[in-house]
Design a protein around this ligand. Structure first.
Ligand SMILES: [Zn+2]
Length: 120
């Protein structure tokens, strides 16, 4: 959006500058006055555009990324149980280490790991 506005403003300022130049070249006190005013407007437009673009560049860029998670089937809750005593394991007993899951049983303090099985 700001790029389109800046493009138009720069184009407009160039038109003003060009017109002003033509008027000044044409000579005559009236023409020089009009030409000067036109160049002034052109320079003002360029200046405003410069500040607008600079302010826009300062703003942080916001991006929205939508991610939809989908499994190959339905999600099922899987209860992890201690292989030694059969006690259910809570989230806080599971640690992620080197891409694997290290699980500590809260009851018998048995430690074991869960590795991800390949999907194929
Ligand atoms: Zn246990």
């Amino acid at each position: 959006m700001i790029k389109a506005i800046a493009f138009l403003a720069i184009f407009g300022s160039l038109v003003f500058l060009g017109t002003g130049g033509i008027f000044i070249i044409a000579g005559g006190s009236d023409n020089v006055l009009i030409g000067g005013a036109s160049i002034g407007i052109g320079l003002l437009l360029l200046l405003i555009t410069y500040f607008l673009v600079r302010e826009e560049a300062k703003r942080p860029i916001k991006q929205n990324i939508n991610v939809t998670l989908s499994g190959s089937g339905e999600f099922r809750q899987r209860v992890i149980q201690c292989p030694k005593c059969g006690a259910p394991v809570k989230d806080e007993n599971v640690k992620m280490i080197d891409g694997g899951l290290l699980i500590t049983c809260p009851f018998c303090e048995n430690v074991w790991t869960l590795e991800e099985e390949p999907k194929w």
